[in-house]
Design a protein around this ligand. Sequence first.
Ligand SMILES: Nc1ncnc2c1ncn2[C@@H]1O[C@H](COP(=O)(O)OP(=O)(O)OP(=O)(O)O)[C@@H](O)[C@H]1O
Length: 312
Amino acid sequence: MIDASNLTKRYGEHTVVGGLTFTVRPGTVTGFLGPNGAGKSTTLRMMLGLTRPDEGFARIGGHAYQDLRHPARHVGALLETSVPHRSLTAVDHLRWLARSNDIPRHRVDEVLDAVGLTGAARRRVGTFSLGMGQRLGLAAALLGDPPVLLLDEPVNGLDAEGIRRLRELLRAKAAEGRTVLVSSHLMAEMSMVADHLVVIDRGRLLADTGMQDFIQRHGRSYVRVKAPEPGLLGGELERKGASMAVGSDGSLEVSGLTAAEVSQVAATAGLVLDELSSHTASLEDTFLDLVAKQPGQRHGQRQRQPGRNTRV
Ligand SMILES: Nc1ncnc2c1ncn2[C@@H]1O[C@H](COP(=O)(O)OP(=O)(O)OP(=O)(O)O)[C@@H](O)[C@H]1O
């Protein structure tokens, strides 16, 4: 479990994290989302005792990070800045970490295998690609078999196999009852792996909720319908309480009725339909819409992208 309570950080006049309070629970993968500069890394750094909060506190398993005797056995962290010494081999880097955290040496081979780095174990870290470095960072986070994982942009640089391996690993760790907090800009990936979301913007909490609830509550789902007589159909649908927008191709984007209800209204009125489909908002659409709606938002009005299509 990770607790953040009134976590606040200011740099000069600029409050980059302002009064953040949330709990990351065990047994689920929690996605940590926010636009560039929202304060995600600063929050993670405060949780890990790397940045001192001006107000509030963070606790990992009930303890401040600084009070943990062997931190790597309590929390596995991957930050964008955690770079090992370039002249060390991967295995030496991990052995050194294991020794300094009183972790059994056999864990080194286990975590190298878990991240698919066994073949490169004796190569110098300085020769690693971005993705290999990321795998090594993950191996280091897993080394102490910690109950809490805290990963900042772990997908960066990973190839398709690495991304799939990471996804399975995060799900498996959560299924074992561990606490997993992961930030990523890749919304499609996040929607596949996270069960719960904590969303921030300009250091403030926008949402702390389940993935499906987030999309239902903040996303724009609608029924797209094309008809030879859209004016007549629109009038009939409005009488049933629907609201609608007209798409760029003249189709109607109907909110407030299901596709089956739209079909029924058309049939009752004797109107022909050319196309009918349900659109569920994607995580990306929902996230961008929510951020764009914030007062004084600086991200501009965004172009709406079509969501996932379900033809009926
Ligand atoms: N040491 C620092 N001194 C001054 N300002 C800082 C410092 N660290 C971060 N900031 C500022 O705090 C704000 C939040 O930065 P942070 O890196 O936490 O955001 P983020 O959500 O992780 O962004 P990104 O998604 O781009 O990585 C930014 O405006 C950044 O410029």
